[in-house]
Design a protein around this ligand. Sequence first.
Ligand code: IVH
Length: 704
Amino acid sequence: MYSSGLTQQLQSATSHWLSKIIQQSFIDTPEECQQLRKILQFHEYRYYILNEPLVSDYEYDQLYKLLQRSEEKNPLLITPDSPTQRVGSSLNSQFTTVSHLVPMLSLDNSYNADDLTDFDRKARELTGLDEIEYCIEPKFDGASISLIYEQDQLVRAATRGDGVEGEEITNNIKQIRSIPLSASFSSFGIQQVEIRGEVIMSKSSFDQYNQLQASRNLPPLANPRNAASGSLRMKDPKDVAERGLDAFLYHISFYTKESNNPAAASPLLDTHGGNLSLLWELGFRSPEKEKKVVKGIQGVIDYCTAFEAGRDDLPYEIDGMVVKVNDLHLQEKMGMTSHHPRWAIAFKFKARQATTKLRGIEFQVGRTGAVTPVAKLDPVYLGGVTVSSISVHNEEYIKEKDLKIGDTVLIERAGDVIPQIVKSMPELRTGTEENILFPKNCPVCSSLLFKEETEAVWRCINIECEAQVVERIIHFVSKDAMDIKSFGEANVRKFYELGLLKDIPGIYTLDFDKIGVLEGFGKKSLDNLRTAIEASKQQPLYRLIYGLGIRFVGETTAKTLANAVEHLLDYQTKTEEELQQLEDVGIKVAKSIYQFFSNDQNIQMLKQLESLGLQLKNTKKENGGSGSLQGQTFLFTGTLTQLKRSEAEAMAEAHGGQILSGVSNKLNYLVVGEDAGSKLEKAKKINSIKIISEAEFLQLVAAQ
Ligand code: IVH
């Protein structure tokens, strides 16, 4: 898509614009706007399609904002394919029905090697050939879409609907960054084109989104497929953007040629594999890297088998492979039935659904007192693991799924995603099933449970409830919080049960003599534990705040809170209104923070932690306002010997520095370790960059 010459050209244009931003707040000419758009499109391609960004998110944002400001000032400069036009589209009040240019057919299915051999036999009969060339690619597990480009611009996107008519969802599709808003089909002599593909949600986006749902007390999405298809019909495109969707485009279903354009004769237009390359060339995420072209059915069987074995390692869900006759002229000859083409077949992987019996419900109390019902099941083997318990979230969820003890339930595990109950099977009931009764009292401390009107969750509000105390300590020592290595969940539970640990400050007053006599605690593990606890006292304030487990305060809010005061206890005097002034802090979050700091027990605990040596001061502020490396940018390259890369970066950031992802004239310091490569070469060409060693970096930090 971008030759190395063009890449270099765009990268140096990037540096040019980045250096100009300081003096220039707007650009006025259509030509310069167009150049900036090209640069932004290039960086989107590097980021979303290749996964190899050349600029930091910050630098991208600077350029994006420059374009946005300029377009806002002079709307005549806006073009429909401008990166700014992805966001800010209006609400979809309703979705209009549109006809597909070519019906979106479904695929016939196969389940084993015999089915594939059968398919090949029929294909050879239909074509009269001895051997057929096939193109094989993954069968993406998402929601199918059709896109129409005219004169290189994306003009319409639609859902599959009934295959003949779908719903127009252009605004929502524009939120998906891997779908280009314009693509140079004209360079292949193509005037109008309809392409098909699948909108998917990667496993990591799915997990992230469900974490967000949990932090908002909303039920999780069932699986990435539902998540993707549900997203396409959302009313507000901003909600679509939040879901981090992606799209694979795998089929050119229709195109018209520009008359008399010799480019329309490209050999890429003759085969399916060629079509995938053409889409890739034009900047689409087609399965170019995942496809395989083979002659004869044995190669097809081998590739499908190998792909199924590696299925869990993919970053997204697939439910099988699609086998297509590669030659498009042969495809045409073979034709289609009313349901599916005769030139393609889906090879479905083994199902990851199973049925089992729901034997009981256990109620678990979490760190915030939330009582979560967990279904206990007859163990069943599913997608590589044995499943015997599954969270059923809350009372409403149980009602919605119509679950009773003794029911047969259908469960599903999609890849490495947590298993879910898909549904109960009331038709198999015998009459002996029992209703699930939600407890009125905490199953651990017996206090009365409470439920707020706006919430689905019942809570134990006794903050001394044992279950909550243990969960709070586990959270405090966890990796993203105080990161006390070699502590871990099992040790917290063990020490708590033995009466050696009863609250968070207790971590810092542990009796190592008593722990030393426990089984499994030799001198070395004891030393490791002691060192890790000691080291955690120096953790930055935001980690401590996050570790306190204040409801709705995730890592980002913890960072905001840490930066906004001189000392953590300053929050005792802040009102809810003042807290709401902070970034990302809404009414609910402010209320929760306010309640935390109004509670005397919490304040006593914080004072105790400070007296035990923990850092409650905002050290960045102490260092002269906002960090002594404030305003300086850093990039580390090569192998460092004294620090890990992540440690060095954290150190620079802790002193107010900013980390860049690539060499540009925005960079102040390149810190060079052993075997540094192209970044060093590039930095040497930019005079303003100071090239320093790891030792010099440490001196720089120490000198501040
Ligand atoms: S080709 C006429 N290729 O599977 C050919 N479909 O069960 C149409 N799908 O509706 C489809 N990955 O939503 C094709 N690589 C792929 C696919 C794929 C997923 C979906 C598509 C289709 C369904 C059929």
